[in-house]
Write a protein that binds this ligand. Structure first.
Ligand code: MSP
Length: 532
């Protein structure tokens, strides 16, 4: 088997977010990727797979050094402070990461040195001369034609790129053009979605140039192992954070240990602006070091606010702390995944946010459960009606939807089509509301048709249960409230608890046990209101 085609582990699932720069506290863009990675991790955990979700911080480089200086802090002091802010936000968003890697850690330095040595021994590093325009905010050299007038960066329109003319070490990326092209060919889904894949294919087909991997006149970073007068380029060090993250806390930080269990990582989730680093530079670096490449890279789109690009100078930044503080973690998670097709650019608008949450979760889902439970308490003494699933016809409107929903939603999660997963689940919930209106169990009850009443109520409760289970990667707290009111003792936030509720049973129609005692009906999601 060629190195390119070595498939990632099928029985375990390792996923990464980018390692975020700590020049500032996390913004909504970092929250977006991290929420998505958490949802994917939860989906695989729900299926009983061992999962390793990796996030962390990218702490070296000129950008961080300058930010720290401007604030009168030492770079390390600054990083330590900002990192706390990241960890706090992930907690608030109910994100469960298994590894949090900081690129300033000692163990990371050991991995970087060993990796550098392998690439060096492979003769892929040489000393050369670098001239060009460098955007410190991107930490990237830019072609003159990529920049705006007066060398302002299009991604950071208030920052001018700086001219550099210095000796740097280079990585022989040009050696890997053919190998990369073969990789993209052999693994068409290595870069997703297609629009990103095409971008990379066209970039690579224009010819790859070696890129510089060291800087002079910069202290904040690891020294180049073979020449301490140079500091390693922040991206060379940062990408390797994904490898260091795999070393167990009690293990020696060696490449052998790092690569023993979870490598190749199944999926790198990133934003579209850092695609080249992940889909071109990174696999080439790995090939050079003789390490198999990861399973794939998915580049999501950019968020705007009220249709406008966000920026500090524009003063229209969405503060993720404020958002989650005001509306809660499930609401924030749901909005970004349901409302924006993953892979495309998307917009945040607070009125739409409130309307969608109220319509989908408070009205459609919450009311359906609430009214049904109340009827079960009234007509069936608060127990799941003793209806056998076989009694419900397979062409029953809800059951027939429910029978295929699990597979449909699993496929959607697997292809990272979160909004599609939500839509499919919502369609069943809406059908449930229509079903109960049409069947009118209150009228059936008055007519003394107890068996029919029980069948209708069972069917609706089962539909709500299935919906809650399938939505649990996105809105774990609401799913939990639903499950508890249905009489289950689950904790969707605890992987151990999930083993008693396997996907093979609960993602399918018919898992609600007859005669189970039901909880007290309470709203699972309180209506949101816009701040006045
Ligand atoms: N440190 C590098 C990543 C190194 S990975 C080994 C980095 N960090 S970052 O903090 O600047 O960016 C993190 C992520 O935020 C990127 O994936 C980027 O795409 C994403 N976003 C930044 N602004 C964004 C939006 N407005 N919308 C969506 N995501 C955006 O790059």
């Amino acid at each position: 088997m060629s190195m390119n085609s070595s498939a990632p582990n099928q029985n375990t699932f390792a996923i990464t977010t980018p390692l975020y720069y700590v020049n500032d506290l996390p913004h909504i863009g970092s929250a977006y990727t991290t929420i998505a990675a958490d949802v994917v991790s939860r989906f695989y955990r729900l299926q009983g797979q061992p999962v390793l979700m990796i996030t962390g911080t990218d702490e070296h480089g000129q950008k961080i050094q300058r930010t720290a200086e401007a604030l009168g802090r030492s770079p390390q002091e600054h990083c330590d402070k900002i990192v706390e802010g990241f960890q706090a936000l992930w907690d608030q968003l109910n994100i469960r990461c298994d590894r949090f890697i900081r690129t300033t850690s000692k163990r990371h330095e050991a991995i970087v040195r060993e990796f550098f040595q392998r690439v060096w021994d492979n003769d892929d590093i040489y000393l050369g001369w670098q001239q060009g325009w460098y955007c410190v905010s991107c930490e990237e050299f830019k072609e003159e034609r990529e920049l705006l007038e007066d060398h302002y960066c299009p991604l950071h329109p208030t920052k001018q790129a700086e001219w550099r003319d210095e000796q740097n070490y280079f990585f022989r990326l040009s050696n890997y053009q053919g190998k990369l092209e073969a990789l993209y060919q052999e693994r068409p889904d290595f870069i997703r979605p297609d629009i990103r894949r095409n971008e990379v294919l066209s970039f690579v087909s224009r010819g790859l140039q070696d890129f510089s991997i060291s800087r002079v006149n910069l202290d904040w970073g690891f020294p180049v192992p073979t020449d301490p007068d140079h500091t390693l380029y922040v991206w060379f060090d940062a990408l390797l954070g994904y490898v260091t993250a795999l070393v167990d806390a009690n293990q020696e930080p060696t490449l052998e240990n790092a690569l023993a269990q979870w490598w190749p990582i199944n999926l790198h989730l990133i934003g579209k602006d850092i695609l080249r680093f992940h889909a071109v530079y990174w696999p080439a670096m790995l090939m050079s070091a003789g390490v198999p490449v990861p399973g794939g890279v998915f580049g999501h789109g950019f968020l705007t606010k009220d249709g406008q690009k966000m920026g500090k100078t524009l003063g229209n930044i969405i503060d993720p702390y404020e958002l989650v503080g005001r509306y809660g973690s499930d609401a924030v998670r749901y909005y970004f995944l349901k409302e924006i097709e993953f892979g495309r650019d998307g917009d945040f608008n607070e009125t739409r946010f409130v309307n969608i949450l109220n319509a989908d979760l408070a009205n459609d889902l919450g009311n359906l459960l609430n009214r049904t439970l109340k009827m079960v308490h009234k007509y069936c003494e608060g127990y799941v009606p003793a209806v056998s699933n076989d009694d419900i016809a397979t062409d029953d409107l809800l059951k027939s939807k429910g029978l295929t929903l699990g597979q449909e939603v699993a496929d959607a999660y697997t292809s990272l089509s979160f909004s599609q997963a939500c839509e499919a689940i919502l369609a069943m919930i809406r059908a449930g509301n229509k079903f109960i209106d049409d069947q009118a169990p209150w009228a059936l009850y008055k007519q003394g048709k107890q068996a029919e009443v029980e069948q209708v109520l069972y069917t609706v409760l089962e539909a709500v249960r299935l919906a809650a289970y399938l939505l649990s990667p996105i809105i774990p707290n609401i799913s939990q409230a639903v499950y508890q009111q249905l009489g289950f003792e689950i904790n969707f936030n605890s992987p151990e608890s999930l083993t008693a509720y396997p996907f093979t049973v609960h993602a399918h129609w018919g898992a609600l046990p007859a005669k189970q005692a039901l909880g007290t009906p309470e709203p699972v999601f309180r209506r949101l209101e816009l701040p006045t």
